[in-house]
Design a protein around this ligand. Structure first.
Ligand SMILES: Nc1ncnc2c1ncn2[C@@H]1O[C@H](COP(=O)(O)OP(=O)(O)OP(=O)(O)O)[C@@H](O)[C@H]1O
Ligand SMILES: [Mg+2]
Length: 348
């Protein structure tokens, strides 16, 4: 990997699905020209937030290689996934690991949960023998506060959702991937376990593992810190340091996500959960307009005529909104020095 290559680069990625005729037919752009980097300067956690249907899981599946892009590229360590051969995919599957909301689906109900830990050890040849396998499994379970005697030898249905999720974390300890793609991993577990889960991710980052963390819960993104990407109807509408976005949400959509009631506790200024709303029930956004225009209190004529690109705001993050383009607002405010977002970097 060239020194300047980020671990992951999502480059103008588009993925569309046919829309049912009852909804007007045509194509639904689940991901629409999405560009961002992750891990340019060492391991990092980037949160991806957006309401239901905004394209988060679609993006996760593309990065994991479970689906293919229609346009653009996903580059992992500098190489487009479209060019990987069978051996490269084995390495990719080891280095890029998924954690899903409820991992029940990846457990085979007929096998003891041990298999979830044994399989990667064998597939990726990580242990030197049976005894080493057992030692590694016990060590990994200990790292996530599980007693081997409580979980090994059991079947998936005999464990709680939190225990199943912790075993997935233990699996990460065993595999030590470079990139974790976590899709709503804490939305079904209780608050104490949620904190533990997030702390483990922060520890893993210290050990050199990066993470794309998908969440509806903006407080979770705040807890993790680092960079945050806001996705709306398949498009990135805001990107930057989560602290900057928290204190000065730039895009009207991001502002809408914030609690309107001011609070002394900055962590409490986020709405707890983004409402799950069927945003696709209306007309598909025009390719030549802002996707938020119909809901935007600040919409201008230009917002219906042109698609806004990510531009840097005066508070440091990037927002895809003409409010940050003096050519359209006519503000010419010296404090606003928007620049087109460099193609190579969003945030960072
Ligand atoms: N295989 C598919 N076929 C048709 N439409 C799809 C397919 N996968 C996703 N979609 C549509 O793409 C859009 C984005 O879906 P996606 O699952 O990525 O959203 P999400 O942000 O993960 O939502 P949630 O927060 O509810 O998990 C949705 O409108 C969804 O119905
Ligand atoms: Mg999803």
């Amino acid at each position: 990997m060239a020194a300047e290559e980020p671990l992951l680069r999502v480059e103008h990625v588009t993925r569309s699905f046919p829309r049912p005729r009852a909804e007007g037919g045509g194509l639904l752009h689940a991901c629409d020209d999405v560009t961002f980097d992750l891990g340019r300067e060492g391991a990092e956690i980037v949160s991806l937030v957006g309401e239901s249907g905004s394209g988060k899981t679609t993006l996760a599946r593309l990065i994991l290689g479970l689906d293919r892009v229609d346009g653009g590229h996903i580059r992992y360590r500098g190489r487009s996934l479209a060019t990987l051969g069978a051996r490269d995919w084995l390495a990719h599957r080891r280095e890029v690991q998924a954690v899903f909301q409820d991992p029940y689906g990846i457990y085979n109900p007929f096998y003891q949960v041990d298999r979830v830990l044994e399989q990667p050890l064998r597939r990726f040849r990580l242990a030197s023998g049976r005894a080493d396998e057992r030692r590694r499994m016990e060590e990994a379970l200990g790292a996530v506060d599980l007693r081997p005697a409580d979980v090994l030898g059991r079947f998936p249905h005999q464990l709680s959702g939190g225990e199943r999720q912790r075993i997935m974390l233990a699996r990460l300890y065993l595999i030590r991937p470079r990139l974790i793609v976590a899709d709503e991993p804490v939305s079904m577990i209780d608050a104490a376990l949620r904190t533990m889960f997030l702390n483990i991710l922060l520890d893993l980052r210290q050990e050199g593992m990066s993470c794309l963390f998908i969440t509806h819960n903006l407080q979770t993104a705040f807890y993790l810190g680092g960079r945050c990407l806001v996705l709306y109807r398949g498009r990135l509408v805001e990107a930057g340091q989560v602290d900057d976005i928290l204190s000065h949400p730039a895009h009207p959509y991001t502002r809408m996500l914030m609690d309107s009631v001011p609070s002394a506790d900055p962590g409490q200024r986020w709405k707890d959960e983004i409402p799950a709303r069927a945003v696709e029930s209306g007309q598909a956004p025009l390719p030549t307009a802002c996707a938020f225009v119909d809901r935007c209190p600040a919409a201008m004529a230009i917002c219906r005529a042109e698609r806004p690109r990510l531009r840097q705001t005066h508070t440091g993050q990037h927002a895809a909104c003409f409010l940050y383009d003096p050519a359209h607002t006519g503000l010419g405010d010296a404090n606003r020095t928007p620049q087109a977002c460099p193609d190579t970097l969003v945030g960072g």
